[in-house]
Design a protein around this ligand. Sequence first.
Ligand SMILES: [Fe+2]
Ligand SMILES: [Fe+2]
Length: 256
Amino acid sequence: MNEHMRPMTLSERADEIEEKMMNELAERVATKSVLFGMADGKIELQNGVAFKAANPDKYFLMGADPRLPAMPAKPTLIDFFKNRFASLNHLLQSAALALKNGHNEKIVLACLLHDIGVASFIRCDHGYWGAQMIEPYVDEEVSWAVRMHQALRFFPDESVGYEYPQQYINNFGADYKPEPYIVREYERARNHKWYMSARMICVNDIYSFDPNAKVNLDDFVDIVGRNFRQPEEGLGFDDSPSAHMWRTLMWPTRFL
Ligand SMILES: [Fe+2]
Ligand SMILES: [Fe+2]
């Protein structure tokens, strides 16, 4: 058997199946950004020129991916919750706890949105990503709190009964130490007028989900309506500094 006849490895086979599936999507081909491959330990870019040469009758997807839930022409925050966020439980339960603890609507909204970076986008530095996404649409205090919870999570505050999460010891090991940029951010936040707002996200951040708790997104639609400036054109189409982030979430496999 010569080199060209060797049987395919499992990963080559998986790649071939995936490519076939992608090609059969329709006449439009979805592409993966480099970031998606990095999660599998690969740094590679699909070669558009080579693909076009091999498939001259195909075009690349430049809009909605038919495998994902369809989004309306003018998407609202609630549409993203329903169609793009991988999990709502944590966000809903944290917001419900904040409501039960008597916090104002800004804090409840901050709890509802604090992990949208993780729920929709990326884990690394999720507080910063989430804050940036919502910044044009919420009170500055809300986005500030979402950004800062990223750092505050790692530091206890006995004055409000917040301890270093046991879950972090389980997840990262007992000897994990936050990087210097997180420590600096925490020190900056400590003396800020909105420190307690960000701290309240940590206090209401629920790690142990109650599978029987019934929390519904509908319970928060009014609070969102009063505190999130939904753009008339739809999230992604209002030319705000974060519109591109919402569009990317809507069309994650667009070629460009
Ligand atoms: Fe978080
Ligand atoms: Fe959280």
